[in-house]
Design a protein around this ligand. Structure first.
Ligand SMILES: Cc1ncc(COP(=O)(O)O)c(C=O)c1O
Length: 403
């Protein structure tokens, strides 16, 4: 028998629960499972690119050789070995951190929740790019923080606009708690903050005394060339860095982390212990073995070349099938491109027609806290293959024309 909540239970819930909404990405999950449906919706990594046999061996070794540790409760901060290995991984983006600065979490989603729990009271303001990660908006909403968006162009956030926004918010008496940013291959826009702007963004935030929360799950997934320097590498004291193994290895393990100055890291651990007691030791040991004994850099290259080819197929299909006046971003890495249709086209309406045509995506409004994005949409090219992407975009074009 299914037990359903009564209306009085719902009425009794805390104010913070009133705004809880199902994630728009999860909302289209069931639709995307329908036979014949092409999903451009979920940002799932392409796990068939992983060598499953090798990983099975590695997991077997963990249980046989370190099972009593792996299956036991562990340190609230994370295992010391993984903390040290995370520091090595981050060196690729110029970050120099000590293991004591690392708080391991169940994915960077949990990291976002912990950071917001630590910093935000109801009514506090978080500045975020417009558009931004829908999962972050859900967290900010849950802690009753207000979101102020700062627009991006093809080079990311304009530091002067950021400064003006901060000044305006302060003049209006608002308390700004942090600037949440996804500087590399942004979800959902695919845009990266240009190298020239990085130092200036960091300088503006330092001068204005605004903490930066840098969320960087895609930074190592550049199609070409070296990773950009992390904002953290430019101002370690004023940047909390959120990392994840979800996109460079596997999301099912749920291993991410925060890099924070030691006093903040200590508080994060207390908040984390209240939520999960400790991060999964089994998952951490699997990641430890993967990083120390497997060619993880080669795996990132393998992933990136799959995504680069899928991105090209998507952009070609957009050029062939989108109506005149449509624009899209040209990502240099990551999972997503962001499509802006001519004014007046509502992508929530397009979605209904697109589902009838056999393709599903996430409408742009999901990625704004202020009702923006009505004529925009996100395409994830990470999971569907080139043929499906071309056909999916063709169906999308058909749905738009049929409105
Ligand atoms: C920008 C961004 N942050 C955080 C996450 C959460 O990732 P995870 O919790 O799997 O590390 C995602 C996942 O899609 C994301 O795109």
């Amino acid at each position: 028998m299914t037990v359903t909540a009564t209306s009085s239970h719902l009425a009794n819930m805390a104010t913070r629960a009133a705004g809880f909404q199902p994630s728009p990405v999860r909302a289209v999950f069931d639709v995307s499972m329908q036979p014949g449906m092409i999903s451009l919706a979920g940002g799932n990594p392409y796990l068939p690119a992983l060598p499953l046999e090798g990983i099975a061996e590695l997991a077997r070794g963990v249980v046989l050789e370190r099972g009593l540790e792996a299956l036991q409760y562990g340190s609230g901060a994370g295992t010391e070995e993984l903390q040290a290995l995370i520091c090595q991984v981050m060196k690729r983006e110029g970050i120099s951190a000590a293991p004591e600065n690392i708080q391991v979490t169940a994915g960077s989603q949990m990291a976002l929740e912990l950071v917001t729990k630590l910093f935000c009271d109801p009514g506090d303001v978080v500045i975020a790019e417009g558009p931004t990660y829908v999962g972050a908006l859900g967290v900010f909403e849950g802690f009753q923080a207000e979101v102020a968006h700062v627009a991006m162009d093809d080079d990311g956030v304009d530091p002067e606009h950021l400064q003006q926004l901060i000044a305006g918010l302060k003049a209006a008496g608002k308390t700004i708690k942090f600037f949440y940013t996804i500087p590399n291959f942004n979800n959902p826009s695919g845009i990266s903050l240009s190298l020239e702007r990085r130092q200036r963004v960091v300088d503006v935030c330092r001068a204005e005394d605004v903490l930066i929360v840098e969320d960087n799950p895609y930074g190592l997934l550049a199609f070409d060339g070296a990773p950009a320097p992390a904002l953290h590498s430019l101002d370690p004291d004023n940047v909390l860095y959120l990392g994840s193994f979800s996109k460079i290895f596997a999301p099912g393990l749920r291993v991410g982390w925060v890099v924070a100055p030691e006093d903040v890291r200590g508080r994060l651990q207390i908040a984390s212990e209240a939520t999960t007691i400790c991060p999964s030791v089994l998952s951490q040991l699997i990641v430890e073995n993967y990083i120390s004994s497997y060619d993880w850099r080669g795996q990132i290259e393998a992933y990136s070349s799959v995504y680069a080819s899928r991105c090209r197929a998507t952009l070609d299909a957009l050029a062939a099938h989108m109506p005149d006046g449509t624009h899209w971003t040209t990502p240099a890495g990551g999972f997503f491109t962001w499509v802006t249709l001519p004014e007046g086209i509502d992508t929530e309406q397009v979605l209904a027609a697109a589902i009838d045509s056999g393709v599903v995506f996430v409408p742009g409004s999901a990625f704004y806290a202020d009702g923006g994005g009505a004529n925009q949409l996100r395409i994830a090219f990470s999971y569907a293959d080139e043929e499906q992407l071309s056909e999916g975009v063709r169906r999308l074009g058909e749905a738009i024309r049929g409105l």
